[in-house]
Design a protein around this ligand. Sequence first.
Ligand SMILES: Cc1ncc(COP(=O)(O)O)c(C=O)c1O
Length: 429
Amino acid sequence: MDLEETLIRRMTRLAIEHGAVNLSQGFTDEAPVYDMVWGGVAAMLGGTEERLARIESMTVRDLPAARGAGGGAALDLTLKELLAGVRNPRDQFNQYSFPFGLPELRRAIADYTDRLYGRRPDPEEEITVVLGASEGMAAAFCALFEPGDGVVVMQPCHELYPSQAAIFGLVPAFVTLRENRGAGTWRLDRDEVRAVASDPSVKAFIVNTPQNPTGKVLNREELSFIAELCRTRDLLAITDEIYEHITFDGHRHLFLPSFDGMAERTLVVNSISKTGRATGWRIGWVLTPPRYTRRLRAVHDNLVVQAPTPLQKGAVALLRQERTFFDGIAGDYRRKRDLLVAGLRAVGFTVTPPEGAYYLFADYRTVPALAEMPPVDAAMHLVKQVGVATVPGDNFYTTGDDGNRYLRFAFCRSSETLEAAVERLRAGL
Ligand SMILES: Cc1ncc(COP(=O)(O)O)c(C=O)c1O
């Protein structure tokens, strides 16, 4: 099999090599959610439920080093020495745990889903904790399909769908979203979808909304159309929802299992990567209709055993945040989107502002210095000469040449980083 390092990750390597501002890969340079981090750290140190409960209310005064010294002795200790006093010699939380996810995390996922979408998946029968959406998608591909089965994929798309399909011998059937500048959105051609899905080998529809890289948020009509197609053609839907909280300008993420007849044929793949600003933690989950759960869990267990135990404890703290926290996520990204849209337009890019997620898929053919270049050359010019790393648009397409005019910029960086990128683009283009 001819698999290579993904281009997105190669661009990050080039960004480091050339000292470029890295707007290529979709991860932030801002701190993860503190309650979540603390949940993980407390689990690593606390080791047992009993000690964890104590740690939550412990003060420096309670530490052995502070006893008998009125707290004063603790003031000169390093944080490492201080926290050593919290450590539990007994441990359960840095060890193997239940392969399908800590019961506590599966309950938190059930409650979270219920609070957001009014449907509570059964933690025992319908929820499996995995190593991020990436493993969730792979486990689903491996568990539910046979080599030669077709899966409908909307392109441009994240490269993981076609790459993982290739690993498991599945055949992606591509439909192409087309930019409609007048309407300020990307359009799904229903006739194209029907034609592609009419192939008898097609077994599933891969949905990603909000979408990477276009930022498209599928609306009620579009999802109803997909749902109807899945019902009439007896297809499964696998929906990647990792940008569910990042929607702008009145667009809203809708939950596919809530559509008529879809609860029993939809797998939802999600993770804390984007919501918790913790792409390196590798904690995700898959919601499966009960009849698919056993197969998915068998693949997960045999391949990776489980997601990291202490980080699952942190994920519980994230998913138990108040609704206002989740509702507040998009506002910050909207400001960043607007900053980068303005910066790109100022140097000649043509940009349809995304409805969601945190990428700009920008047409560079209107930028004089880049106009004649193929996307890889344009991206290389930007990373080496201008000092900004992006991803060439054709990386998100497998068929056709629609990608040959786009570069993808990630705006999930601090405002200072984005301002530095805009300044380099202004100076270099
Ligand atoms: C659409 C999409 N799905 C999945 C992933 C990977 O997610 P995870 O970190 O949860 O594996 C990404 C990462 O950028 C993505 O954009």
